[in-house]
Structures are given as structure tokens and as C-alpha cells.
Ligand binder design. Structure first.
Ligand code: NAD
Length: 345
């Protein structure tokens, strides 16, 4: 067995239907007397309702990819209003804004995720400035408490449930071949893929199991270094402003195929978790079955941007099972743009 380091991240987790009802007590436990309830404009009503219930102030201005100028305005708002804690209610965009404020203010955070993105379990923040998305890790970024309440998924649109679920699976796929992976991370990753691939086709009946899987996938994202797949999605999201979950859903089978020959053990575990004969085609089949988009051209990626995306993806070194080969990555992007079946090129 390879030597390893395992350092679990210290987040308190409350899981179960109806547990959003404990948000007020949990906020007090964290010392919040005047919390800011952060959401996107689409979830403003839910944020307002929660803020009223627990005596907080709603702030529904989160947007995708955490632009720095949006964060600066939110930090100024928090200072103006005497905010002493952050409650993010929503998908990764709301969690991201909460984390970005916490990084700058060290305020405590309670995250209440309503998608499968997994950001609530990590000390990672991705921010966009001038069209470039950069990520950093810091203990201040990690939420102190997470409430997972499957009831909050009732309003999740079906297509977003599918792509967000694949976004979560992507964390587990890369954790299984991470340079700094370890046996615990691999157990959680395999179980996360199993739970999500079983639950996502069940639609609304699968919300409990899917959220459980998303928690595991978020936990491994926080504990292991991500590779080519996440790098490509950051480039496509940050530079071309593509929707995060859909981009992950489309790129995942292709990035998996790229790494297949270099990470046979991880591929066997992914295939086993999916109940498929092979990892990359199993992911492609799952995406098709649950109605996820399959082609970058269908979510707004310009074809003439593929060269730039490939250039940025190889411009800085990061660990990946297979060495970064610009021509092969360009080919991968071409397959993903057209929505072809994944190929190991
Ligand atoms: P999102 O948070 O932007 O959500 C997409 C839309 O769906 C939003 O309008 C949101 O309000 C809405 N929505 C979310 N849950 C809903 C629900 N239950 N019912 C109705 N509407 C709902 O998208 P996302 O994919 O969850 O998150 C993407 C963002 O998260 C990106 O910026 C990404 O970089 C970031 N992210 C960060 C990490 C990390 O560890 N730093 C991990 C994963 C994702």
C-alpha cells in the first residue's frame, strides 16, 4: 500500500429531512445574532423566509463563479449592517459568496446546500476576476456547520438535478486517482458515486440518497487534489462563463477516458460503483439516461474558443495521472464540444 496522509476537515454535519428547522439554533450555537442569509436572486424568497424566521438579513445577490466585485459589495453590506455570521442557502454560487466573505472577514458560516455541488464541504474558494478563475484553500473558507435537508431539493429542476449530480460524481472520480488520495477518501468516493448513480435516475424519489452521495463527494473534493477534469471545467467556466454543473456533466466522461489507461485501479472502482463495464462509457450512459446535456456546443461554448481553453489547461502544471498533452486535450475538447462518445485519444 502507498504511504498516505489523511486529514479530515472539521465540519459539523446535520443530515435529514426537516433539519432546516434547526438553522436558527445552529446559528446561535455559532454565535450569530445578526446573520446574513445569502442566496441567488432565484432563491430570494427562500432566503427572505429563513431570514425572517431566525432574525437575519437576506442578501440574494450571489452569482455563479464568485466574481470578486460581487464579493466586495457583499463585504461592504455586511460591515454596514453589523453582520456577525453567514448562512448560505442554495447551490455552489451561494456557498461560494459566503466563503468569499468569510475569507475576508473570518465570520462563522452555516451552509445549507440545495444542490449537489459539494462546495459546503471544502476549504476551497474559486473566484473570478477579469475572466480568469483562480482557486485557493484557507481554513477560514471552510463552513463550520452544514445542514443537509433533502426536502430542500423538492424545487430542484430535473435537468439541474442531473448535471449537479454529475458535478458531484466528478469530485469522486478525480479523488479516486488523486496524487494525494488515501484509502478513506477512496472508500467515500466510491460510495458517493454508487449512491448518486443509483439515486439520480430515481428523480424525486432519490433525493435522500443523492444528497448523501453529494455530501461524500464534497468531502473528498475537500480532501484530495483535483486534476485535469476540474482544471478544464474551471477554464471553461471562468473564461467562457459556461454554467458550472452542465460543463462538469459534459466534460466528465471525456476527462475520464483521457486518464483511463494511466489510472486502471481508479477506473475499476468507478465502473464498479456505476455498475457499468467501463468507467468513461458508464458515465456517458448515466448522463444520457438522466437527461444531462452531452455537448459543449449546446451550452454556449464557442468552437473558436477550444484552442484557448486547451492552451490555458496546459499553461500551469498540476498533478494528473496521464501527463498533460496539448494535442490530446484539444482533441478531448473537440469530442466534448460535438457531444461524441468519450474516446481515449
Ligand atoms: P448554482 O448555485 O449557481 O445554482 C444554479 C441555479 O439553481 C441558481 O439560480 C440557484 O439559485 C438555483 N438552485 C439551486 N438549488 C436549487 C433548488 N433546490 N431549487 C431551486 N433552485 C435551485 O449552481 P451550482 O452548480 O450548485 O454551483 C456552482 C458554483 O459553485 C460555481 O461557481 C462553482 O465554481 C462553485 N463550486 C465550488 C466548489 C468549491 O469547493 N469551491 C465546489 C463545487 C462548486
Amino acid at each position: 500500500m502507498k504511504p498516505f496522509v489523511y486529514m479530515p476537515l472539521p465540519t459539523r454535519i446535520l443530515f435529514g429531512r426537516g433539519r432546516i428547522g434547526e438553522a436558527g439554533n445552529e446559528a446561535k450555537r455559532l454565535g450569530m445574532m445578526r446573520p446574513m442569509v445569502i442566496a441567488t436572486a432565484q432563491q430570494a424568497e427562500s432566503a427572505e423566509a429563513l431570514a425572517q424566521e431566525i432574525g437575519g438579513i437576506a442578501y440574494a445577490k450571489a452569482v455563479m463563479h464568485t466574481p470578486v466585485d460581487v464579493t466586495e459589495k457583499a463585504v461592504a453590506f455586511a460591515a454596514d449592517r453589523g453582520i456577525d455570521g453567514l448562512i448560505s442557502l442554495g447551490g455552489g454560487s451561494s456557498t461560494g459568496l459566503g466563503k468569499a466573505i468569510a475569507l475576508r472577514t473570518d465570520l462563522p458560516q452555516l451552509a445549507i446546500p440545495t444542490s449537489y455541488a459539494g462546495s459546503e464541504m471544502t476549504n476551497i474558494l474559486g473566484e473570478t476576476d477579469n475572466g480568469l478563475k483562480t482557486t485557493r484553500r484557507d481554513p477560514k473558507i471552510q463552513p463550520e456547520t452544514v445542514i443537509y435537508d433533502p426536502d430542500l431539493l423538492a424545487t430542484l429542476p430535473d435537468r439541474f438535478a442531473a448535471t449537479s449530480g454529475l458535478n458531484a460524481i466528478a469530485h469522486a472520480v478525480e479523488a479516486l486517482y488523486a496524487a494525494d488520495g488515501n484509502p478513506i477518501v477512496s472508500l467515500m468516493a466510491e460510495e458517493g458515486i454508487r449512491a448518486l448513480s443509483h439515486a439520480l435516475p430515481e428523480g424525486r424519489n432519490g433525493h435522500d440518497e443523492a444528497l448523501y452521495g453529494a455530501w461524500l463527494c464534497g468531502a473528498v473534493l475537500g480532501s484530495a487534489a483535483m486534476a485535469l477534469h476540474h482544471k478544464l471545467c474551471h477554464v471553461l467556466g471562468g473564461t467562457f462563463n459556461l454554467p458550472h454543473a452542465e460543463t462538469h456533466a459534459i466534460v466528465l466522461p471525456h476527462a475520464t477516458a483521457y486518464n483511463a489507461a494511466a489510472a486502471p485501479e481508479a477506473m475499476a472502482r468507478i465502473a464498479r460503483a456505476l455498475g457499468a463495464g467501463e468507467a468513461a462509457s458508464g458515465l456517458h450512459d448515466l448522463a444520457r439516461r438522466i437527461g444531462a446535456p452531452l455537448a459543449l456546443k449546446d451550452i454556449g461554448m464557442p468552437e473558436d474558443g477550444l484552442d484557448r481553453a486547451a492552451d490555458i489547461a496546459v499553461s500551469s502544471p498540476y498533478p494528473n495521472p496521464r501527463p498533460l498533452d496539448r494535442a490530446a486535450i484539444r482533441h478531448l475538447l473537440d469530442n466534448a464540444w460535438h457531444g461524441r462518445a468519450p474516446l481515449a485519444t
